[in-house]
Design a protein around this ligand. Sequence first.
Ligand SMILES: Cc1cc2nc3c(=O)[nH]c(=O)nc-3n(C[C@H](O)[C@H](O)[C@H](O)COP(=O)(O)O)c2cc1C
Ligand SMILES: [Fe+2]
Ligand SMILES: [Fe+2]
Length: 403
Amino acid sequence: MHNYRKINSDVFYVGASDRRLALFENIYPIDRGVSYNSYLVMDEKTVLLDTVDHSVSREFLDNVEAVLSGRKLDYLIVNHMEPDHCSVIAELVIRYPELAIVGNAKTIQMIKQFYSFDVDSRAHVVKDGDSLSTGKHNFVFAFAPMVHWPEVMVSFDTTDGYLYSADAFGTFGALSGNLYADEVEFDREWLDDARRYYINIVGKYGVQVMNTLKKASSLPIKMILPLHGPIWREDLGYFIGKYTTWASYVPEDKGLLLVYSSIYGNTASAMDLLASMCAEKGIRNIHMYDASKTDCSVLVSECFRYSTIVFASPTYNAEIFPKMETLLLDLKAHAFQNRDVAVIENGTWALSSGRKMTELLSAMKNIRILEPSVSIKSSVKDGEREQLAVLADALAASVNKAE
Ligand SMILES: Cc1cc2nc3c(=O)[nH]c(=O)nc-3n(C[C@H](O)[C@H](O)[C@H](O)COP(=O)(O)O)c2cc1C
Ligand SMILES: [Fe+2]
Ligand SMILES: [Fe+2]
């Protein structure tokens, strides 16, 4: 059954949403689902921009067939060769035998790695800055390497001013009828997922994202059409601004984040006490998480969000508690940088989690470790209470100086 959407007289949304998938990339929980967007342009030649994940292939194929209504499909522009967008290429080639596949040399190579149909005979290879005219529409290709994979490019239709932005400007979250960001409460209902998507999926490649934003800033963009989540046709500056913040690794919000691991609750109690002290010093926007309870993708995203962060962990078999260690390793993997942090350790006989957390954090770029690093021997006593109070002062100073 088709359920395509008309964006303008020539351009149609032919993607679909999946609300059944538990884990995107088999690792990121997506309680709100995800959409796989695809766009079909009905010009003198017909042009499809990317396909979808196999999970929504039936809806997608029905949409394409309905919009084409008997016409053949001339071009498939492949902006991104990751399987969440290219799963249906082989099926399209069977259905539309004259289909030409537009991609760069890396894209074409990847198609050959994933599939075994004859790619070369239908490949239309483009270079950075090349364009493709399909009649009324004219697509200019700008390479965006590592925004998410090395072959990624974005396509700009100079006729409509539409930027087909691949994974950039995407977000987790299924579309529920409303196709445009201005039709939903984006800031309230989508932004957390958009941040979590960006940080976890492309957060490591801030430099490359900034390069792409720079390239795009010279284009007269009227609409941004990403491969996941709603389309942007109003207030583009809001979302471009968010991307600029995230990609440049500066805190998005002035605020304090407290993340702990705790087996029996003593480290958790210490963090609750610290939080109370911080609140009494006037710190607003304090957020606290248990690293065993909250998914790591949320924690990484929150770490990118706030200006000042405390990590607390018991010593566990002479190591950092595994959930906390995973978080710190994941932050490193995402090039986390430019933050004020503090470390609290706990242990009963030989404390080492503090030193090990400090080592991991010190290996990241421009991380300032606030004093004192607090050591708790099993539970908070008077001396440790005093240390936490001194730390609360340092945290207040850090949050207040944050932009
Ligand atoms: C499996 C296990 C291994 C531990 N290994 C160490 C250790 O190597 N060194 C240490 O000082 N304490 C170790 N501890 C003790 C805890 O770090 C300590 O009891 C701490 O106070 C627990 O804090 P919590 O109440 O927040 O869980 C271990 C505890 C458990 C359960
Ligand atoms: Fe991707
Ligand atoms: Fe994607």
